[in-house]
Design a protein around this ligand. Sequence first.
Ligand code: DX5
Ligand code: ZN
Length: 215
Amino acid sequence: MPIIAPSMLAADFANIQRDTELINNSLADWFHIDIMDGVFVPNISFGFPVTEAIKKHAKKPLDVHLMIVRPENYIDQFAKLGAAYISVHWEACPHIHRTLGQIKEAGCKAGVVLNPGTPVHMLEEIISDCDLVLLMSVNPGFGGQKFIPSTIEKVRKLKQMITEAKSDTIIEIDGGVNYETGKALVEAGADALVAGSYVFSNADPLKTIEGLKNL
Ligand code: DX5
Ligand code: ZN
Protein backbone atom coordinates (compact mmCIF):
# COMPACT_ATOMS: atom_id res chain seq x y z
CA MET A 1 0.00 0.00 0.00
CA PRO A 2 1.42 3.41 -0.89
CA ILE A 3 2.15 6.05 1.74
CA ILE A 4 -0.36 8.88 1.23
CA ALA A 5 0.69 12.44 2.08
CA PRO A 6 -2.08 15.03 1.61
CA SER A 7 -0.65 18.48 0.83
CA MET A 8 -1.87 21.00 3.39
CA LEU A 9 -1.34 23.73 0.76
CA ALA A 10 -4.80 22.77 -0.51
CA ALA A 11 -6.40 22.87 2.96
CA ASP A 12 -8.63 25.69 4.20
CA PHE A 13 -6.29 27.92 6.22
CA ALA A 14 -9.23 29.53 8.01
CA ASN A 15 -10.07 26.04 9.28
CA ILE A 16 -6.62 24.57 9.68
CA GLN A 17 -7.48 22.66 12.87
CA ARG A 18 -10.54 21.11 11.22
CA ASP A 19 -8.58 20.07 8.11
CA THR A 20 -5.68 18.72 10.20
CA GLU A 21 -8.12 16.59 12.20
CA LEU A 22 -9.72 15.43 8.96
CA ILE A 23 -6.34 13.99 7.94
CA ASN A 24 -5.82 12.53 11.44
CA ASN A 25 -9.08 10.62 10.99
CA SER A 26 -8.25 9.43 7.48
CA LEU A 27 -6.15 6.56 6.13
CA ALA A 28 -3.43 9.07 5.14
CA ASP A 29 0.06 8.50 6.54
CA TRP A 30 1.83 11.88 6.54
CA PHE A 31 1.08 15.62 6.37
CA HIS A 32 2.85 17.15 3.35
CA ILE A 33 3.95 20.71 4.21
CA ASP A 34 4.82 22.95 1.22
CA ILE A 35 7.12 25.84 2.09
CA MET A 36 7.58 28.39 -0.75
CA ASP A 37 9.68 31.57 -0.57
CA GLY A 38 8.79 33.50 -3.74
CA VAL A 39 12.45 33.21 -4.84
CA PHE A 40 13.14 29.54 -5.57
CA VAL A 41 9.56 29.24 -6.85
CA PRO A 42 7.26 31.99 -8.16
CA ASN A 43 4.84 31.77 -5.23
CA ILE A 44 4.77 32.27 -1.45
CA SER A 45 2.89 29.74 0.68
CA PHE A 46 3.45 29.79 4.45
CA GLY A 47 6.21 29.36 6.98
CA PHE A 48 6.79 28.58 10.65
CA PRO A 49 3.59 29.83 12.34
CA VAL A 50 1.25 27.86 10.06
CA THR A 51 3.48 24.78 10.24
CA GLU A 52 3.39 25.08 14.04
CA ALA A 53 -0.41 25.35 14.00
CA ILE A 54 -0.67 22.16 11.92
CA LYS A 55 1.86 20.36 14.12
CA LYS A 56 -0.12 21.29 17.24
CA HIS A 57 -3.06 19.16 16.05
CA ALA A 58 -1.33 16.61 13.78
CA LYS A 59 -1.20 13.01 14.95
CA LYS A 60 0.86 11.84 11.96
CA PRO A 61 4.40 12.70 10.78
CA LEU A 62 5.13 16.00 9.03
CA ASP A 63 6.76 15.66 5.61
CA VAL A 64 8.28 19.09 4.99
CA HIS A 65 9.04 20.09 1.37
CA LEU A 66 11.29 23.16 1.26
CA MET A 67 10.94 25.12 -1.99
CA ILE A 68 13.30 27.83 -0.80
CA VAL A 69 16.80 29.10 -1.48
CA ARG A 70 19.42 28.39 1.20
CA PRO A 71 17.32 25.68 2.89
CA GLU A 72 20.31 24.84 5.11
CA ASN A 73 19.59 28.02 7.11
CA TYR A 74 16.13 26.79 8.16
CA ILE A 75 16.63 23.06 8.79
CA ASP A 76 17.15 23.36 12.55
CA GLN A 77 14.01 25.44 12.96
CA PHE A 78 11.82 22.95 11.07
CA ALA A 79 13.40 20.10 13.04
CA LYS A 80 12.56 21.89 16.31
CA LEU A 81 8.98 22.32 15.11
CA GLY A 82 8.79 18.53 14.89
CA ALA A 83 9.29 17.71 11.20
CA ALA A 84 9.81 13.97 10.61
CA TYR A 85 11.05 14.32 7.02
CA ILE A 86 12.78 17.39 5.58
CA SER A 87 13.31 17.47 1.82
CA VAL A 88 15.45 20.03 0.01
CA HIS A 89 15.68 20.70 -3.72
CA TRP A 90 18.77 19.40 -5.48
CA GLU A 91 18.62 22.61 -7.57
CA ALA A 92 18.84 24.79 -4.43
CA CYS A 93 21.80 22.99 -2.80
CA PRO A 94 25.35 23.31 -4.14
CA HIS A 95 26.50 21.19 -1.17
CA ILE A 96 23.73 18.61 -1.17
CA HIS A 97 25.81 15.94 0.61
CA ARG A 98 26.49 18.32 3.50
CA THR A 99 22.86 19.45 3.65
CA LEU A 100 21.61 15.84 3.88
CA GLY A 101 24.00 15.29 6.79
CA GLN A 102 22.72 18.45 8.46
CA ILE A 103 19.10 17.22 8.24
CA LYS A 104 20.04 13.89 9.85
CA GLU A 105 22.07 15.60 12.57
CA ALA A 106 18.97 17.63 13.37
CA GLY A 107 17.20 14.31 14.00
CA CYS A 108 15.07 14.11 10.85
CA LYS A 109 14.87 11.82 7.83
CA ALA A 110 16.54 13.46 4.83
CA GLY A 111 15.01 13.86 1.38
CA VAL A 112 16.14 15.30 -1.96
CA VAL A 113 13.66 16.78 -4.43
CA LEU A 114 14.18 16.85 -8.21
CA ASN A 115 12.41 19.30 -10.51
CA PRO A 116 10.87 17.86 -13.69
CA GLY A 117 13.89 19.01 -15.73
CA THR A 118 16.51 17.43 -13.47
CA PRO A 119 17.51 13.86 -14.38
CA VAL A 120 17.62 11.12 -11.74
CA HIS A 121 21.27 10.29 -12.54
CA MET A 122 22.21 13.46 -10.60
CA LEU A 123 21.55 11.34 -7.49
CA GLU A 124 23.98 8.51 -8.34
CA GLU A 125 26.61 9.52 -5.77
CA ILE A 126 24.19 10.27 -2.94
CA ILE A 127 21.35 7.79 -3.35
CA SER A 128 22.38 5.79 -0.27
CA ASP A 129 22.40 9.01 1.78
CA CYS A 130 18.78 9.76 0.88
CA ASP A 131 16.02 8.44 3.14
CA LEU A 132 13.61 9.76 0.52
CA VAL A 133 13.67 11.10 -3.03
CA LEU A 134 10.78 13.33 -4.04
CA LEU A 135 10.20 13.59 -7.79
CA MET A 136 8.24 16.64 -8.89
CA SER A 137 5.61 15.70 -11.46
CA VAL A 138 4.74 19.40 -12.01
CA ASN A 139 6.94 22.48 -11.90
CA PRO A 140 6.91 23.46 -8.22
CA GLY A 141 5.09 26.55 -7.03
CA PHE A 142 1.38 25.86 -7.34
CA GLY A 143 -1.18 23.22 -6.49
CA GLY A 144 -3.72 22.01 -9.02
CA GLN A 145 -1.39 21.65 -12.02
CA LYS A 146 -1.41 18.94 -14.68
CA PHE A 147 0.72 15.83 -14.17
CA ILE A 148 3.81 15.56 -16.42
CA PRO A 149 3.62 12.01 -17.92
CA SER A 150 7.41 11.55 -18.34
CA THR A 151 7.59 11.25 -14.53
CA ILE A 152 6.52 7.60 -14.87
CA GLU A 153 9.76 6.74 -16.69
CA LYS A 154 11.74 8.72 -14.10
CA VAL A 155 10.21 6.61 -11.34
CA ARG A 156 11.33 3.41 -13.13
CA LYS A 157 14.89 4.73 -13.53
CA LEU A 158 15.05 5.83 -9.91
CA LYS A 159 13.69 2.50 -8.69
CA GLN A 160 16.42 0.71 -10.63
CA MET A 161 19.11 2.97 -9.16
CA ILE A 162 17.84 2.33 -5.63
CA THR A 163 17.66 -1.44 -6.19
CA GLU A 164 21.21 -1.51 -7.60
CA ALA A 165 22.50 0.48 -4.63
CA LYS A 166 20.66 -1.92 -2.27
CA SER A 167 19.22 1.16 -0.58
CA ASP A 168 15.85 1.48 1.13
CA THR A 169 15.21 5.02 -0.14
CA ILE A 170 11.52 5.92 -0.40
CA ILE A 171 10.29 7.23 -3.78
CA GLU A 172 7.69 9.98 -3.33
CA ILE A 173 5.86 11.86 -6.11
CA ASP A 174 4.39 15.35 -5.92
CA GLY A 175 2.06 17.18 -8.32
CA GLY A 176 -1.08 16.33 -10.25
CA VAL A 177 -1.61 13.05 -8.43
CA ASN A 178 -5.10 11.56 -8.74
CA TYR A 179 -6.44 8.02 -8.96
CA GLU A 180 -5.23 7.43 -12.56
CA THR A 181 -1.78 9.01 -12.28
CA GLY A 182 -1.37 7.51 -8.81
CA LYS A 183 -2.06 4.02 -10.14
CA ALA A 184 0.53 4.39 -12.91
CA LEU A 185 3.07 5.77 -10.43
CA VAL A 186 2.62 2.92 -7.95
CA GLU A 187 2.94 0.39 -10.78
CA ALA A 188 6.20 2.07 -11.82
CA GLY A 189 7.63 1.79 -8.29
CA ALA A 190 6.48 4.84 -6.31
CA ASP A 191 6.21 4.29 -2.52
CA ALA A 192 4.57 7.56 -1.48
CA LEU A 193 2.10 9.92 -3.14
CA VAL A 194 1.46 13.58 -2.35
CA ALA A 195 -2.03 14.79 -3.24
CA GLY A 196 -3.37 18.30 -2.65
CA SER A 197 -6.28 19.45 -4.78
CA TYR A 198 -7.40 15.89 -5.54
CA VAL A 199 -8.02 15.32 -1.82
CA PHE A 200 -9.24 18.70 -0.57
CA SER A 201 -11.34 19.75 -3.60
CA ASN A 202 -13.30 16.54 -3.37
CA ALA A 203 -16.66 16.43 -1.62
CA ASP A 204 -15.48 13.36 0.29
CA PRO A 205 -11.75 13.70 1.13
CA LEU A 206 -11.78 10.60 3.36
CA LYS A 207 -13.02 8.42 0.52
CA THR A 208 -10.55 9.99 -1.91
CA ILE A 209 -7.69 9.14 0.45
CA GLU A 210 -9.03 5.62 0.87
CA GLY A 211 -9.08 5.21 -2.91
CA LEU A 212 -5.42 6.24 -3.18
CA LYS A 213 -4.46 4.03 -0.24
CA ASN A 214 -6.03 0.98 -1.90
CA LEU A 215 -4.37 1.55 -5.29
C1 DX5 B 1 3.70 22.08 -5.72
C2 DX5 B 1 3.67 21.47 -4.33
C3 DX5 B 1 2.73 20.33 -4.23
C4 DX5 B 1 1.29 20.72 -4.45
C5 DX5 B 1 0.55 19.53 -4.95
O1 DX5 B 1 4.70 23.00 -5.81
O2 DX5 B 1 4.94 21.00 -3.97
O3 DX5 B 1 2.88 19.61 -3.02
O4 DX5 B 1 0.67 21.22 -3.28
O5 DX5 B 1 -0.72 19.92 -5.31
P1 DX5 B 1 -1.61 19.07 -6.31
O6 DX5 B 1 -1.76 17.69 -5.71
O7 DX5 B 1 -2.89 19.84 -6.35
O8 DX5 B 1 -0.89 19.02 -7.63
ZN1 ZN C 1 5.17 19.52 -2.21
